[in-house]
Design a protein around this ligand. Structure first.
Ligand code: UDP
Ligand code: MG
Length: 316
């Protein structure tokens, strides 16, 4: 059986503090699995610099100059985690048989790579890395992540619980993924939509060895919001329900006013004007805002702008 040529895609944004360690760790691991005959000798590692403002790209260039199994991809600016991953994958789709994406901070246990490759050999086209133990994450990160997956699933987005962007994909899957043209690539939701046989590998999430998280709260919330509104129209339905509810409340108020009128307990005109006014203006505004959110998404997509721009590559 022919061994698969594997490309490891590592998105990097301001990772100068850890990149050398990441490189030596991955390199040593690669040497091990090549020796054991799990992957082809011409398997490579691709570091994608996502518009870092620190020395990340200098480090990548230096690594490339002394090691020709390393590919460097430089994006023209910061395009975000998901786009950086797509850049590395799509640019080398013809050169490798399978692809694993992994964060630069070594938080994903690289030992899971072996199991991923084994599952791929057994026929799985997608292998999801699933975090078993999150005790190394902060309490806040754990709770927010948990609620994120629960909300996503409740809204009908087919996310794999506790799976981030540590996954193996066969070239075939990647070819199909290329047909999903949206700019807002929420890979955790899209990859399950591609289908094919899949499997999971459970691993423990480790602590970030160096550097800081590139996902502060604001970015995390934006990511979750994008994930929901790019995938689900449930929030719009919710507004509709809310509107119907408001309408019914207004009917009750009308009945009440009518009743008070009959028994003669009213300041004429006030209740009947103010209450429906506040109710309806409130629910209308809410509905409009939400519809605007989806129109904004349509606007983003119809522009058809590129997901990323590759400025240059090294060691292709
Ligand atoms: N990253 C990126 N572009 C960005 C933000 C993050 O390429 O705009 C990369 C980052 O370098 C890391 C991965 O995405 O390799 C995940 O980011 P991070 O570890 O900061 O997120 P967390 O694990 O805290 O959710
Ligand atoms: Mg991380």
């Amino acid at each position: 059986m022919n061994l698969s040529r594997l490309l490891l895609v590592v998105p990097c944004y301001n990772e100068e503090a850890i990149l050398n360690l990441t490189y030596s760790t991955l390199k040593a691991y690669y040497a091990g699995i090549k020796e054991r005959g799990l992957i082809a000798a011409d398997s490579k590692i691709c570091f994608v610099n996502d518009g870092s403002r620190d020395k990340t790209w200098d480090i990548i260039e230096e690594l490339c100059s002394k090691d020709d199994t390393i590919i460097g991809v430089k994006l023209s600016r910061n395009f975000g985690h998901q786009s950086a991953i797509m850049a590395g994958l799509e640019n080398y789709i013809d050169d490798f048989d399978c692809f694993i994406t992994i964060d630069a901070d070594l938080q994903d246990d690289i030992n899971a790579i072996t199991s991923m490759i084994e599952k791929h050999r057994e026929g799985a086209m997608v292998v999801y890395g699933v975090r078993g133990d999150r005790s190394s994450d902060t309490w806040f990160k754990r709770v927010s992540a948990e609620s994120f997956y629960v909300i996503m699933q409740k809204m009908g987005v087919p996310v794999v619980f506790n799976h981030a962007d540590f996954r193996l994909m066969d070239r075939r899957v990647l070819q199909e993924l290329g047909n999903f043209k949206e700019i807002n690539m929420f890979l955790r939701g899209i990859v399950p939509l591609v289908g094919f046989r899949n499997d999971k590998v459970i691993y423990n999430r480790l602590e970030r060895t160096a550097g800081e998280t590139k996902y502060p709260l604001s970015k995390m919330l934006l990511f979750a919001w994008n994930g929901i509104t790019s995938f689900s129209t449930f929030p719009m339905r919710l507004v509709l329900y809310f509107g119907v509810f408001n309408f019914m409340v207004a009917m009750v108020i009308v009945a009440y006013i009518f009743f008070s009128y009959i028994i003669g307990h009213t300041v004429p005109g006030w209740t009947s004007t103010m209450l429906p006014l506040t109710f309806f203006s409130g629910s209308n505004m809410m509905a409009l805002g939400l519809i605007g959110e989806y129109i904004g998404k349509i606007y983003e997509e119809v522009k058809g702008r590129p997901r990323y721009i590759i400025e240059k590559t090294v060691n292709e």
